[in-house]
Design a protein around this ligand. Sequence first.
Ligand code: SF4
Length: 361
Amino acid sequence: MKYLDEYRDLAAAQRLLDEIRRVSTRSWTLMEVCGGQTHSLLRHGIAAELQGTVELIHGPGCPVCVTDQADIDFACQLAKRPDVMVTSFGDMLRVPGSQGSLLDARTRGGQVKIVYSPLDAVELARRQPEKQVVFFAVGFETTAPATALAVKQAAQYQLDNFSLIVSHVRVQPAMESLVESPENRVQAFLAAGHVCTVMGYESYNRLVERYQLPVVVTGFEPLDLLEGILACVRQLEAGETRLENCYSRAVQMAGNQSAQDLVQEIYQISDARWRGFDLIPAGGLSLREQWQQFDARVRFSDSSLPVILNSECRSFDVMTGQLKPTECPHFGKQCTPETPLGAPMVSSEGACAAYYRYAGV
Ligand code: SF4
């Protein structure tokens, strides 16, 4: 398969593995930021192959996992209203809030529907004017352009029955917050290639210069990941800190300008609560004032719930690289994909789900 098989070539992967082992004089700790990369590293056995040479710790790169519990509770609360239909991506429906998930809300009679795009939610609103259709918008910079487009389309149709729970988060502030933590172990980052396709990667220069650690933009196939790891290790061994792009077939320095313009038009950067992390300065997006008629929190300002934190799940420790999923006392026991205690076991990008699926129980 063109553009896929060549990045899964076994002999080339072996050569890269050998080279990583050859240049490493000690064990380095790298963090892959994206959950998609975590899954690929485990699925292709790369993390296991490099044990003792490179420790790969898993970052907060799963937007479903970091969605604030208060937002899930709010969505569940709205789903209970007879006039409201809550829509979102499939993964989001299973993530537990303090009083159950959206799927639980649906079982109890709430109106909850899976959609594949925010534009599907706009279409539902257009076809059912008697319903208030709420789209639960999660995701990094990669999905924000599509929800920005949905807002514009809803405005074009003059819909007054469409709104968003905006839970979009921004990756780079979370990386900075991780590095600043006293528990930080990250010596280099594999930056998430798909986010960089939209946002470009020039802004990572700030992170490199400020924190003096390598950042390498990396893709998702085995050779992409191995090249990214090798680039990090070479820099670390040479005592260098640079920004590198090992995913040039998809990522340009400036990113996708029209997607950025769209996001800029609809959203503003704001502080955001990440599940487990607390408030991350500039860690999210919120609707600009002129689009706030599409903000579900404004439209349904009478609906909110107190947040009761679930202390059993160690997701914060997992998503900051302090705990391997298999070290969580609940992993594979009380917590499985069928009975998840936390989002990292639910989401298709969650680190706990990746370990459960690929590393055995
Ligand atoms: S194994 Fe389950 S309880 Fe433990 S951190 Fe992962 S999601 Fe949370």
